[in-house]
Design a protein around this ligand. Sequence first.
Ligand SMILES: [Cu+2]
Length: 189
Amino acid sequence: MPPSAPRGHASEAVSVAAERLWAYIVMAIIALLVLMMVVTGLHWASMPPSRVETVDVKTVHIKGEFVETNLGTTMSPDGKVTVHLIAQQYSFVPQCIVVPADMPVIFRGTATDVIHGFVVGKTNANTMLIPGFVATFTTTFPRTGEQLMPCHEYCGTGHEAMWARVQVLPAQEFLSKARSGERLSCVPR
Ligand SMILES: [Cu+2]
């Protein structure tokens, strides 16, 4: 209320009405936010992510899709590109990952000891790797070139030295290498 307005003046009623209106709007916004928190909280509590894949940490090195000979990038006959990787204190296997640009790439990874994670440069490829669980996502790399891939979950004293590299190749170059059907990586031999 403007201090100079005389009591009972028409401007008082106008300002009181305006303030009441704003109070109602703000209360409605707060109520909506609380409702959103309650609904999403109940929703996620009652419906955990549906596709939870587990893997036995004790045998992950010796059988199944995460044996050493299966780590790296493969292209299946139907053209699906899949990267299998493992995180352990304090490295990723493989240390250098080859992927094609402009093609969907499926990542499948797990950890063998403690929780790790990775993010590929400034892309949206970003996940946690939890022992006993398979982390998977599909992404597409629009730009060619090399990206750094650090571990982004603190995993112990060697955490800051835990890196891999990702080489994004032009799709044609990748396809010519992948045609041989074997797993690919850019780890120097
Ligand atoms: Cu780590």
